[in-house]
Design a protein around this ligand. Structure first.
Ligand code: C2E
Ligand code: CA
Ligand code: CA
Length: 760
């Protein structure tokens, strides 16, 4: 039971622990996803922020270039018309001071000057000498618009260039167009820094077709590809998304894979031509720190979780072992390893729910001496051997335990006495003959008490009863040296129970007046009148039970309490006579039974004398009934006491004559006044029609008469009996024919208070 309970608690605890771990895992997972998202979001934000910044720088550069062109346009108009050569030189100078590749000026006639860094200025150059892209922006400027060309291959500088142009005014009139070309690399200075994404990324510039305009030297994809769509780096879906975004000049955030690693990137429109910044995060730098710390957090979390799980498992093992230890302590005997009494009782209750069986208790005779003779170690060994033998002898659904010291209890699935006896005999013989100790000269001997379980409805109660009964049987077996196996006997047990009650309650009963005076009448056979009464004790217990003297007198004679009880009854008899006298009723003699022990009380005679004096009654009204057995020990001493009592006025009657070792010899020696013939005489004489017994009775009565002893026949149950004792010559009769013993008050009502004769 405890084991199951503990297991259940442990299981629940473990479920709880696993739930907690599961919750941890879920939270850990969510946290990890959250961290990942945060990381991605952070990367995204950082890339966007940086792209914005680079975009601004590019636009600023463009803006600065335009400003330069504007400034130039202001002082150009006059000098061109006055001196073209000088103008060309000035233009050349201005070009050298700026970062442009080429600066051109065209008038409205399509004639102009081309100044290219490192070359002589070309005067009167025609518009057609320019590439179409250059020509177009110049034409647009001549029409008053500021514009920038797409990137194109310059015919002049063999470079991939783009051109800006601004109109040149004279007053409100457009007189020409100033244009400057620059190659795209002017931005690479801006883009090629090592600080892109805190060192963890790089930026290319591409156009809306995905073609590279500027390729960063830090690129992870080292293959020389003209477009981002070349090569297998973009997945199909992201390729499509990127294409769409580029067409619509929108910002897009995506990723590509290269050599097994994923690289997030941002495509940010520059806002100038169809140029895009292609910002790639390589996972290093600040973001890498962030990722590393996130990874460290995750690893720490998992490590802590693993540690927690390990600790839990360790705790579980500890707890389980502790529980097992508890169960062992609670249910097992530490010496032999057998189960203990608590477990046995539990199993007994469980077994009794379904099956019938018996409980046997087995012990070793003189166990304490064994300890003394062989020492503790050897006797402990013997107990362990008994455990082993018990295991060998028990069958399915049978079990046993060791209680304390040498006591073992067995539950056997047998109810048949014969089978039980032979199985237990075999078990005990096995131990007696095969133990270590039995190999010495010592004759090991076991004894055993058995009780068979009744069919039961209440297993708990039955188990308790069986355990109590088996103890009684064991105690009996211990006392009996001839019979080593003793079965519990219900009748015997009841008797023992009653005896126990009697002995433990007698003093209190005497104090509380539970012993009652009953009177049985004696009939004077000559007159047919009430001749006297015998005082007989009844024990009315306070729980309403009546106990008869046969059940307690022998015990009281044994434990000496009879002295007290007889004197008490004597006092009750005296009081009764006193009460009759006081009521003016002519008293009758009362016979009081006296136990053997009283006669050996030193001041016995004095006590009785005192008592009759106390109640002021004539001692002649008291007849003391003594048992013949007294005479067997010392007739002279007994006679001495009898004479003393007779001198004090008491009458002496010899009770139960003929029941034991009665002999006419004793009768002759004892100086008694009355002889009570035991009811066995009458029973045998009348019921069996036994002539010989009748003759013996007759002889005894005649002899008593000759000795001056009156005779009373006991056990007069029928009219036939009465006729017989009358014929024989008995003086009085006592028996159920006249009345059973009745409580003194009823006796009074029936015989004493009646006016008129006391005829029975
Ligand atoms: P006892 O002195 O021989 O008393 C007579 C017993 O025979 C009484 O039993 C009485 O009830 C019973 N008896 C009377 N008439 C008949 C009959 O017609 N047929 C049968 N079969 N029995 C009859 P009780 O009262 O149970 O007493 C049993 C014995 O207990 C007495 O035997 C006596 O030895 C002893 N006893 C009773 N009271 C006392 C007492 O106060 N002190 C002592 N020491 N012994 C007592
Ligand atoms: Ca008697
Ligand atoms: Ca008697």
């Amino acid at each position: 039971m405890i084991e199951e309970k503990l297991q259940k608690q442990l299981r629940n605890a473990m479920i709880l622990v696993f739930c907690i771990v599961a919750v941890f895992l879920i939270f850990g997972g969510l946290f990890s996803v959250y961290m990942q998202n945060t990381k991605n979001e952070a990367i995204k934000n950082q890339i966007i922020a940086e792209a914005e910044e680079y975009k601004t720088r590019i636009l600023k550069q463009l803006d600065a270039d335009f400003q330069t062109l504007y400034s130039l346009s202001f002082f150009i108009e006059d000098s061109y018309t006055t001196d073209k050569k000088l103008f060309a030189e000035q233009l050349n100078k201005a070009n050298q001071n700026n970062a442009f590749l080429t600066i051109v000026y065209y008038d409205r006639n399509g004639k102009g000057i081309i100044s290219t860094t490192g070359q002589e200025p070309e005067i009167d150059a025609s518009l057609s000498s320019l590439s179409p892209e250059g020509r177009r922006v110049v034409e647009m400027a001549l029409e008053g618009e500021v514009s920038v060309s797409q990137l194109f291959e310059s015919l002049i500088s063999d470079n991939s260039v783009f051109v800006y142009s601004v109109p040149v005014y004279s007053g409100d009139e457009i007189v020409g167009a100033l244009a400057a070309s620059d190659h795209i690399e002017i931005f690479s200075d801006i883009l090629s820094g090592n600080t892109v994404l805190g060192g963890g990324g790089y930026i290319h510039m591409i156009d809306s077709q995905g073609n590279f305009l500027i390729r960063s030297s830090k690129t992870v994809v080292e293959t020389d590809i003209p477009s981002i769509f070349d090569g297998p780096y973009l997945s199909d879906s992201s390729r499509e998304d990127v294409m769409n975004a580029l067409q619509q000049q929108k910002r897009i955030f995506s990723s590509f894979s290269y050599e097994g690693k994923s690289y997030p990137f941002l495509l940010e429109p520059v806002g100038f031509n169809d140029w895009y910044l292609f910002c790639v995060n390589t996972g290093e730098g600040l973001i890498a720190h962030f990722s590393t710390s996130a990874l460290v957090t995750q690893i720490t979390f998992i490590a802590v979780l693993l540690l927690v799980i390990l600790l839990m498992l360790y705790g579980y093992r500890l707890l389980r072992n502790y529980n097992r230890g508890l169960v062992r302590l609670a249910y097992y005997d530490s010496l032999t390893g057998a189960q203990n009494m608590s477990r046995f009782r539990q199993r007994l209750v469980e077994a009794l729910r379904n099956i019938e069986g018996s409980v046997a208790a087995v012990s070793i005779r003189q166990f304490h001496f064994l300890n003394e003779i062989f020492g503790r170690e050897k006797t402990n060994q013997l107990l362990c051997q008994i455990k082993t033998v018990a295991e060998q002898h028990l069958r399915k659904e049978e079990f046993f335990c060791r209680d304390t010291e040498d006591r073992f209890y067995l539950f056997l699935r047998e109810t048949d006495y014969q089978t039980l006896r032979s199985r237990l005999k075999a078990f005990m013989t096995d131990i007696e003959q095969n133990s270590e100790i039995s190999r010495t000269n010592y004759q090991l001997s076991l004894y055993c008490g058995v009780t068979v379980s009744p069919c039961c409805s209440n297993p708990e109660e039955t188990a308790d009863n069986l355990m109590t009964h088996v103890m009684f049987a064991l105690a009996r077996a211990k006392d009996s040296h001839s019979n080593s196996i003793w079965f519990f006997d219900t009748e015997l047990h009841k008797k023992e129970e009653l005896e126990n009650y009697i002995e433990s309650h007698m003093h209190q009963a005497l104090r509380d007046g539970e012993f009652k005076l009953f009177l049985q009448p004696k009939k004077n056979l000559q007159s047919g009148m009430l001749g006297g009464a015998e005082a007989l004790v009844r024990w009315n217990t306070n729980n309403g039970r009546m106990i008869f003297p046969d059940q307690f007198i022998p015990l009281f004679e044994h434990n000496g309490f009879c002295i007290k009880l007889d004197l008490y009854m004597m006092e009750q008899a005296c009081r009764q006579i006193r009460s009759w006298i006081d009521q003016g009723i002519s008293p009758i003699p009362i016979s009081v039974n006296q136990s053997k022990l009283l006669f050996f009380e030193e001041d016995y005679v004095e006590i009785l004398t005192e008592m009759v004096k106390k109640y002021n009654i004539p001692p002649q009204l008291i007849t003391l009934e003594i048992l013949e057995g007294l005479a067997l020990e010392n007739v002279d001493e007994l006679n001495g006491k009898i004479v003393q009592l007779q001198q004090e006025g008491f009458r002496i009657s010899l009770d139960d004559f003929g029941s034991g070792f009665s002999s006419l010899n004793t009768l002759g020696k004892l100086k008694i006044d009355e002889l009570k013939l035991d009811r066995d005489f009458l029973f045998n004489a009348s019921n069996n029609g036994n002539e010989r017994v009748r003759l013996i009775m007759e002889e005894i009565v005649r002899m008593a008469k000759r000795l001056g002893i009156s005779t009373v026949a006991e056990g007069v149950e029928t009219a036939e009996d009465e006729r017989l004792i009358q014929m024989i010559g008995c003086d009085a009769g006592q028996g159920y024919l006249y009345s059973r013993p009745v409580i003194a008050a009823d006796f009074d009502d029936k015989y004493m208070k009646k006016s008129g004769s006391r005829k029975i």
